[in-house]
Design a binder for this molecule. Structure first.
Ligand SMILES: [Fe+2]
Ligand SMILES: [Fe+2]
Length: 243
């Protein structure tokens, strides 16, 4: 398993591990700023590789914030390893995530972010958006970085294969095919389709992001509003049908 690091926007680094057995990338994102932020820690067993990649960019002990969309091993499995490495680091998540998981699981309490609260890391502003069950998990939420209009969209736009770090080509066809493939395989049902799914995706589209920072697959740079509206249609088509 090789680590590949790319600066996908100014001081936004994508640390990607491709796992051939899963034919899937696991992407962590480091924001180099006055208060450095890591979005997704990666799986616990990936910790040494992610830490070494971070160490090429900043002193890992200076990490200040650890963000993630929901409580799952690939999103925050090495949270405690990071808290031990960085003495001033705090998990940053929504109230549900803190109360239900993090304040028990983690060795340091979470900084709770309320709806639309902004976490200011210096030159970046992360707005917290609670998105229950989008992509999945009661505690799910997403960060929208306002200065670069980057939506950290977690498992939305999931794309298989060892794809390029950034693309300006539409990723909707890949994301649709991946959803179909997952629904036909042993990991079917990864993303629920709830009465809130469509409205949540439309709320995200209204932010007009210009960068969709995907956890599994390429980051898309372009018309994020249209891409999210397209994804809403794909999820309705693939996951929302009653049969
Ligand atoms: Fe997930
Ligand atoms: Fe994930």
């Amino acid at each position: 398993m090789a680590v590949k690091t790319d600066e996908i926007a100014s001081d936004l680094f994508r640390i990607s591990l491709y796992v051939p057995q899963a034919n899937l990338q696991f992407n962590q994102f480091l924001v180099r700023d006055a208060e450095p932020l890591l979005y997704h820690t990666g799986l616990r067993k990936m910790f040494p590789m992610v830490r070494d990649a971070v160490a090429r960019l900043i002193d890992p002990a200076t990490l200040r914030w650890i963000g993630f969309s929901h409580f799952e091993a690939d999103e925050c499995g090495s949270l405690n390893e990071w808290l031990a490495t960085a003495p001033h680091a705090e998990p940053a998540c929504g109230r549900v995530g803190a109360v239900v998981n993090i304040n028990d699981f983690a060795d340091r309490k979470a900084r709770i972010l309320e709806k639309d609260e902004v976490l200011d890391t210096g030159r970046h502003r992360f707005r917290f958006l609670p998105t229950p069950h989008v992509p999945h998990g009661w505690d799910a939420g997403l960060f929208f970085e306002e200065t670069g209009r980057s939506l950290f969209c977690s498992d939305l736009f999931l794309q298989i294969c060892n794809v390029e770090p950034v693309t300006t080509e539409s990723i909707i066809d890949r994301a649709r095919q991946t959803l179909l493939d997952y629904q036909a395989g042993p990991l079917a049902g990864a993303l629920p389709y709830t009465p809130m799914t469509d409205a949540t995706l439309k709320t995200l589209a209204a932010l007009k992001p210009q960068r969709l920072v995907a956890m599994h697959g390429s980051t898309f740079v372009g018309n994020g509003e249209q891409a999210l509206l397209d994804l809403a249609e794909v999820m309705k088509e693939v996951l929302g049908k009653k049969d």
